[in-house]
Design a protein around this ligand. Structure first.
Ligand code: SPV
Ligand code: MG
Length: 285
């Protein structure tokens, strides 16, 4: 089911972060029903900051690897739209060409800075951001989903401003609102939800308020959760540990049982399937 239908039917959905073809496959195999193509995680996997240091064509390249490898829908983190409405239009056109039909854009400036860095980041003027939403919607067409991300709370602005912005983005045609927060408990997200009163489906990103339970989100009217950076963070920890042990011990003895087997790797890369194809198309007689 695509993201638009899920939102229409109010289906509870967990969007798991992926940052390349391999992680996207793992997300799908584990059973998640949707992927968050995280700007932070994709940039990090390139060794780059989350400040639009990677060009959008580099991002498209990675997202295409994901799209090629999975059937579940992908919600793309489009940062602040990679520029103005013109860049948004081109980005949406490109997404459609690689079979991706859902985009999230945030109401910050270009280049953006990751929301967890610094305080009181500047926000985009409301009318300018609304024009980006309209441009994305007009370009995307009926099957395209546009999630408008409100950065007011995480940027130290008031609840009133967050609600005012969300209302404007709804009027501009957004299909859902992502309300971002870096508090350690979800109270401001829940307060937003209460005031918002189901006018559009809500997304939350519980990175900082990670102790809040799934059922609390559902009880508070938030059906869409984004686990935004947990695969890249787990791979960083794991790669560091493995590299350090091999470096220090000059041996694989204490590593072999801690890492995935080669068979697990070959499963993920469809090696067995290719062996079948070999028999069909590459036999010598
Ligand atoms: C991302 O995953 O890139 C996000 C979420 O935008 S956050 O890092 O929380 O801003
Ligand atoms: Mg991001």
């Amino acid at each position: 089911m695509n993201i638009k239908e899920k939102l229409k039917k109010n289906i509870q959905t967990q969007f798991m972060e992926a940052h390349n073809g391999l992680s996207a496959k793992i997300v799908e195999q584990v059973g998640f029903q949707a992927i968050w193509a995280s700007g932070l995680s994709i940039s990090a996997s390139m060794g780059l900051s989350d400040r639009n240091e990677a060009s959008w064509s580099q991002i498209i390249n990675v997202i295409e690897q994901m799209s090629d490898n999975v059937d579940i829908p992908i919600l793309v983190d489009g940062d602040s739209g990679f520029g103005n409405y013109i860049n948004v239009i081109r980005f949406v056109k490109k997404l459609k060409k690689i079979s991706i039909h859902a985009l999230c854009i945030e109401d910050k400036l270009f280049p953006k800075i990751n929301s967890f860095i610094g305080e009181n980041q500047d926000l985009a003027p409301i009318d300018e951001f609304c024009n980006k939403i309209k441009a994305a919607k007009d370009t995307g067409g009926n099957n395209f989903t546009l999630v408008a991300r409100v950065e007011a709370l995480i940027s130290g602005k008031s609840m009133e401003e967050a609600l005012e912005r969300a209302e404007a983005y709804k009027e501009a045609g957004a299909d859902a609102i992502l309300i971002h927060s870096k508090k350690h408990y979800a109270h401001e997200v829940f307060e937003f939800s209460k005031n918002w009163n189901n006018k559009l489906p809500l997304f939350a990103v519980p990175t900082k308020y990670y102790k809040t339970s799934y059922s609390e989100f559902i009880e508070n009217g938030i059906n869409n959760l984004i686990w935004a950076n947990h695969l890249i963070r787990s791979s960083i920890r794991s790669m560091k540990e493995t590299a350090k042990i091999i470096h220090d011990e000059k041996s694989l003895v204490n590593i072999e049982n801690k890492i995935s087997t080669l068979d697990e790797l070959f499963d993920l890369t469809n090696e067995r399937n290719i062996e079948k194809l070999e028999k069909l198309y590459n036999s010598k007689g």
